[in-house]
Design a protein around this ligand. Sequence first.
Ligand code: SF4
Length: 429
Amino acid sequence: MKKKINITTLGCSKNLVDSEILATHLKKFNYEILFDAPVNSAKIAIINTCGFINDAKKESIDTIMDFVAAKQNNEIEKVIVIGCLSGRYKKELKKEIKEVDGFFGTNDLQLILKTLNAKYYENLLGERIISTPSHYAYLKISEGCNRACSFCAIPMIRGKHISEPIEKIVQQAEYLTQYGVKELMMISQDTSFYGKDLYNKYSLRELTEELIKIEKLEWLRLHYLYPSEILEPVLDLMAQSPKICNYIDIPFQHISDKILKSMKRGHSEKSIRNLVEMFRKKVPDAAIRTTLIVGYPGETEKDFQKLVNFVQETKFERLGVFTYSEEEGTSAALLKDNVPKKEKQKRMEEIMLIQSNISLEKNLQKTGKTFKVIVDRQEQDFFVGRTQYDSPEVDNEVLIKKDKNIKIGNFYNVKITNAEEYDLYGHLV
Ligand code: SF4
């Protein structure tokens, strides 16, 4: 009887890919893999933690304690903790939570396998089991980050930027599309920087050109772009190729020059506005997704108003707003976190209210039009899918009237008949 391992993944899609790669080696070594299953579903539990911001750390600790409790009740035998929180606070966690059988970092794949007496397979030839629905998957193109944004702990946790060779990424994409994946989300900490470390030149366009040659790949989506003019060649390719989703995920974080300087982002209000203008000109229908931080140390009412005006003027298709969270060891942690918690919350809510109106306005403009939609799942009375302007889990969804011809994982043309802030309604045509 195969021994079961339950892998629970917290945090971002990069962590998800790390869990899937670990699972691929373990499955090859004859373990049965469960993803995010209830606590006592398997004798061995692996928790892939997130250590990005305080809320994420708390969620990781709570999850570890759930599994430790199950071990104390003899429901499970082994608890292994991996990922960012574990990598960052290994010593402290080891002292605090003695019931855990092992703490590992983000670069300890072989050590983890050894602890489980499992083999590390030198060359998987792109093989990877996925935990997402079988028609889409995440494609991690690099590890780490060379930038020094003042509020961010990722370079401390994940280390320097290391690009995967183009051949290896294409090999994995070919493998995944052979097994039914039609949509790939290209992810990293800093997608714009791809190849600079490995080929000594920015190579995101070259990589994208190779990936869209894969016949079975229908949609390629670019995530985590860093604001920089080097993106122009990629935008040109996006404008030409129907396979690259007209979707630009690019965190701007703020718009006030004073705050951008303190954040060490390396760009200005002017360069950000020029980039948005370039995106709108080169790919007019593209959905621009960005994230912003409010309540950063020293953010005055005037700085915040600049951000409000920027959001109102730019009318982003997709927007996420975070309240500043002081992170130990970052350069921003040396600054006085002087915006009260309540005020941070108020600023976030104010921008999200503006954004919900913008999102409704843009969604209403889609009624009467027909869009190519990929179907992700079935609900009670309808199917749920996404257009090329929507990434899984984070963006809008299309609720499609039930139809016996619909199969999950396929593409259909859907006519939009109604819209809300973050959902569209429609039927097959
Ligand atoms: S680009 Fe900045 S925010 Fe993004 S991972 Fe790197 S340091 Fe962090």
